[in-house]
Write a new protein. Structure first.
Length: 59
């Protein structure tokens, strides 16, 4: 049984994730939220941006 996506579907997923920016909606979060990141997370260009992202969330 092969549950892996096709290469085309995987690449579509990657492109969609890169194009998705929900930062403008962060203010809609009404509950306390714990955000955990790691040094190998690909969501940001540098490790220092994790701090900037956290500061953006608490504004």
């Amino acid at each position: 049984m092969n549950n892996l996506p096709t290469l085309e579907d995987y690449l579509r997923h990657v492109v969609a994730r890169q194009a998705c920016d929900l930062s403008a909606r962060l203010k809609e979060i009404e509950q306390p939220t714990l955000v955990i990141v790691g040094e190998h997370d690909h969501g940001s260009a540098t490790g220092s941006s994790h701090r900037a992202n956290s500061e953006t969330m608490v504004k």
